[in-house]
Design a protein around this ligand. Structure first.
Ligand code: SF4
Length: 360
């Protein structure tokens, strides 16, 4: 039994005592406003703390309350998220705050069952928000916490398997401080971020070293066990920055579902290597898809857009539009100065920056 011989109260005291002294000064820790805690937790999924801080401050300035976010226009919200990536996070959060406004009168439910039913809210977010904002002793187990706990409890189960998280949640339910679940969960996360890091954990500085079984056996470097992901698929994409005779730029809005849904982009197509060169493929695509005749020029940059399961290998061309464009809700010609008003994925923001360099 994993908990046998484990000094739960001493562990809580050592962990929380350390957190009280050493916690980083982060903007979402200034008050325990459930809305701000929620926004920060969503931003922190898949994004590092240092990157999140300026985005968080700007986002809260723009949408200071749940009502403000619920009432905001989708385009404006996407724009505020631009650069953070993983856009389904903000689409779900936006839908969820609207639901909170309508169903719960704007008060974020403090009941795990109700809260976890909201869009984009999984067990980790439920535990993090409810423990930090409402002091409810729910586990908040993410990859970071699994790493720390697999070392402390010497767990050799593969943390990339779904069932393993349940095991760690069960452990946390047994060891979480009922007096201060907020600090307990935050301290575990902070320990994973500052001390019990993936490579070379700083065991000599660790506040819970006395409780750590991996340290006592000298196997902390071998944990956690995590199987490698299957090979990530690579797809070649050709992108065109196209101008018409008035210097207007052609942009396209992606569909409402799938990767980077509803974001704007420069026209692009997947390159099929067995066919003619990418320039001709792009010209054909623009003609067939949008009825637009274009002449593709030179390739001026290449970059990658990495998703969790896929990498786009992007080659970018400049080019000219010949004749008219039939504009629609999803296909627009815009002035260069207006480009900044549209939400683009990071890769396309970089494309625009590179284009501006070559365009003088
Ligand atoms: Fe992690 Fe080392 Fe602390 Fe154990 S002693 S929890 S391995 S930092």
């Amino acid at each position: 039994m994993l908990l046998e011989g484990f000094a739960v109260e001493d562990f809580q005291r050592d962990l929380i005592g350390w957190f009280e002294k050493e916690q980083r000064d982060l903007p979402w820790r200034k008050d325990n406003d459930p809305y701000k805690v929620w926004v920060s937790e969503i931003m922190l999924q898949q994004t590092k703390v240092d990157t999140v801080i300026p985005y968080f401050n700007k986002f809260i300035e723009q949408f200071p309350t749940l009502e403000a976010l619920a009432e905001a226009d989708e385009e404006e919200v996407m724009k505020a998220w631009e650069g953070l990536g993983y856009y389904s996070r903000i689409r779900n959060l936006h839908a969820a705050v609207k639901e909170v406004k309508e169903q719960y009168g704007g008060k974020i439910p403090d009941n795990p069952e109700q809260f976890s039913k909201l869009k984009g809210v999984g067990p980790y977010t439920t535990g993090a928000v409810l423990s930090i904002a409402y002091g409810i002793p729910e586990p908040a187990v993410d990859g970071n916490v699994m790493r720390v706990l697999s070392r402390i409890f010497l767990v050799w189960d593969d943390i990339s398997k779904t069932g393993t998280r349940k095991l760690f949640e069960a452990i946390v339910r047994n060891i979480i401080s009922k007096e201060n679940p907020s600090y307990f969960n935050q301290a575990l996360m902070e320990l994973g971020a500052l001390i019990c890091v993936p490579r070379n954990p700083a065991c000599l500085l660790c506040p819970v070293q006395a409780h750590c079984r991996a340290f006592h056996e000298g196997v902390q470097a071998e944990l956690p066990v995590k199987t490698k992901k299957a090979n990530v698929k690579q797809v070649a994409i050709a992108v065109a920055v196209l101008k018409d005779e008035h210097g207007k730029v052609l942009i396209h809005k992606r569909d409402g579902t799938g990767l980077l849904a509803n974001l704007w982009e420069f026209p692009n197509c997947e390159v099929v290597h067995s066919q003619e060169n990418p320039e001709r493929q792009l010209e054909k695509f623009l003609k067939e898809e949008y009825g637009t005749t274009v002449r593709i020029g030179n390739s001026f940059t290449a970059l990658e857009h990495v998703f969790s399961h896929l990498v786009w290998k992007i080659t970018v061309y400049d080019g000219k539009i010949i004749g008219d464009v039939a504009e629609t809700e999803q296909l627009k010609l815009v002035d260069e100065q207006e480009i900044g008003l549209y939400a683009f994925p990071v890769s396309h923001q970089r494309i625009w920056k590179e284009y501006k360099k070559t365009d003088g």
